[in-house]
Design a protein around this ligand. Structure first.
Ligand code: 6YU
Length: 497
């Protein structure tokens, strides 16, 4: 009989465990997942908090509706609140529109009229939508989403009366900072315009996991035998196109070497490490090195930082129905280049706060996002420094100099994480959706022993990059590639008998 193939999966994030699950349930039992850290989940990371959980990485199911495989699994495993499962929720067409902030403060501690905020947000959303619908034929490959939106702003600003123009510009500046968090980039000027519309949005009102996002990863992993995932096994190099003898005396084309000296032979390796890790290690990770077009795709695609700062307050200073708090820096404008004094100005990148759900379980928590260079600078500060900056920021914007500081602060450092090196990918100026497909191509792609090294992970999904469902689908895609290959071989084998 033909020997069953040995498959190694590098990384136990949602793409890795989804690949393992798909292979295992299709009869691939010689399977190992090698994970550098002591846990599964990768950029899905939940932490017990009070009587509930907080999420330090992925937080929402983006577009929870029947076409979203994360939503499908989460409902199948009963991991969601009942309201997330209603038909009304699934049908909401978000369509790129930003949810309206509940309160908007400016940097003088005053509230801004919600009518003005709504008008500007609507205008901004319509430009964003236009940027997703730019005709590919007429699009200059060097153009960016930021450039496109700034052009629209410049065209409009002349018509605005001087009394409100500054506030409108400051609002737009904040909305672009929020967009940087959504795209995981320092500036929207880095995000390529022409392929921007390839990212697919699914309908449904974004929802969260009451038991933490990690509850999903644990469920996907549950049918796998306990020893499938080996923790604290950092892969150092993957040698392919070789002849390596296994302990069963058979010859394998691939050998994986770990930092601790352990080696594993395999027929196939599915690499699921983040694009950040590929960028950092591309030259030494594979031997022989990857073909030039693949290393170029790795270089060209964007991978940026989006961090969270989560703060608990003894008492909420916001109203019970408040969902979000928006910050508007007076004097800031998307049309002028800011002069940044990082130490003093890093907080200016913060677009606002999200009030975390389920206060009865976790207490009164606000979560902010911060992207780009300022986010990476924040990672270098101590918790105390971040806490005092955040307290000063909130006092300034609420206009209450006595606002009590948070009683606890937790922030992420995704760029410093040695096995992530950032948050998620975007299609950067200088790259295109084609690079995403090139990144996803296995090597070799043909010949007698194809698909020795395969690539999965969020950055390899052309239309759902940067999301958990994109990552999940990419893992399944590579598993299916191997399943189809062995079905073909089995058919040939049976015919020749
Ligand atoms: C989503 C959301 N979300 C916030 C924040 C972050 C992300 N995402 P993994 O890295 O998980 O796994 C790889 C494993 O490999 C890992 O365990 C490593 O330890 C291991 N490894 C590395 N090197 C190794 C080695 N050498 N040897 C062995 N092992 C090694 N997604 O759907 N909803 O709300 C958010 C958010 C702060 C950081 C998110 C969100 C992104 C997801 O978390 C992410 O895509 C997947 O978890 C990645 O899984 P993976 O398996 O690929 O890698 C138009 C337009 C477009 C813009 N995009 C819009 C969407 C916006 C994205 N959403 C962001 C928002 C939040 C809050």
């Amino acid at each position: 009989a033909r020997r069953p193939p040995t498959v190694i999966i590098v990384g136990s994030g949602i793409s890795g465990v989804s690949a393992a699950h798909r292979l295992y349930t299709n009869g691939f039992q010689r399977l190992r997942v090698l994970e550098a850290t002591g846990r599964s989940g990768g950029r899905i990371r939940s932490q017990a908090y009070g009587k509930g959980f907080i999420d330090l990485g992925a937080q929402w199911i983006h577009g929870p509706s029947p076409d979203n495989p994360v939503y499908q699994l989460a409902s199948q495993y009963s991991l969601l609140d009942p309201d997330a499962l209603t038909k009304e929720n699934q049908d909401v067409e978000v369509d790129g529109h930003l949810p309206l902030f509940s309160i908007t403060y400016n940097s003088s501690g005053k509230r801004i009229s919600q009518t003005l905020v709504a008008n500007i947000t609507e205008l901004y959303s319509s430009w964003l939508k236009q940027s997703q619908n730019v005709s590919k034929e007429q699009c200059d490959p060097k153009s960016s989403v930021g450039g496109f939106i700034k052009q629209k702003i410049a065209g409009k600003v002349k018509a605005w009366d001087t009394a409100t123009a500054d506030t409108k510009l400051a609002l737009l500046h904040g909305l672009l900072n929020l967009e940087c968090c959504i795209s995981g980039t320092h500036s929207m000027d880095y995000v390529a315009l022409c392929p921007y519309g390839e990212y697919r949005m699914l309908p449904g009102l974004d929802c969260t996991f009451p038991g933490g996002y990690e509850s999903l990863v644990n469920q996907i992993k549950s049918p796998l035998p306990n020893d499938t995932v080996l923790f604290n096994k950092t892969v150092k190099t993957i040698q392919w196109n070789g002849t390596f003898q296994g302990s069963d005396s058979r010859i394998y084309p691939v050998q994986v070497q770990c930092e601790d000296g352990d080696t594993f032979v395999a027929d196939h390796v599915i690499v699921t490490v983040s694009l950040g890790i590929l960028k950092e290690r591309a030259s030494s990770f594979l031997s022989p090195p990857l073909p030039v077009h693949k290393t170029q795709a790795i270089q060209n695609l964007g991978f940026g930082t989006n961090n969270k700062i989560i703060m608990e307050f003894k008492e909420p200073f916001w109203d019970p129905d408040c969902r979000t708090i928006q910050l508007v820096w007076e004097g800031e404008s998307p049309l002028t280049e800011p002069k940044i004094n990082m130490k003093q100005d890093w907080v200016k990148k913060i677009p606002g706060f999200v009030v975390l759900e389920r206060p009865e379980k976790i207490g009164h928590l606000l979560c902010t996002f911060i992207a780009g260079d300022e986010s990476e600078y924040m990672e270098t500060l101590t918790d105390d420094e971040v806490l005092s900056s955040m307290t000063a920021l909130l006092r300034q914007f609420t206009g209450n100099p006595n606002l009590p500081p948070p009683i606890r602060l937790i922030r992420t450092r995704w760029s410093s994480e040695p096995y992530t090196r950032g948050s998620y990918s975007h299609v950067a100026v200088g790259s295109s959706g084609r690079d995403v497909d090139i990144l996803a191509e296995p090597v070799p792609n043909y010949g007698a022993k194809p698909f020795q090294v395969l690539f999965a992970g969020e950055a390899t999904h052309r239309t759902f990059y940067s999301t958990t469902h994109g990552a999940l689908l990419s893992g399944r895609r590579e598993a299916e590639r191997l399943i189809a290959r062995y079905q073909e071989l089995d058919e040939l084998h049976n015919k020749s008998k």
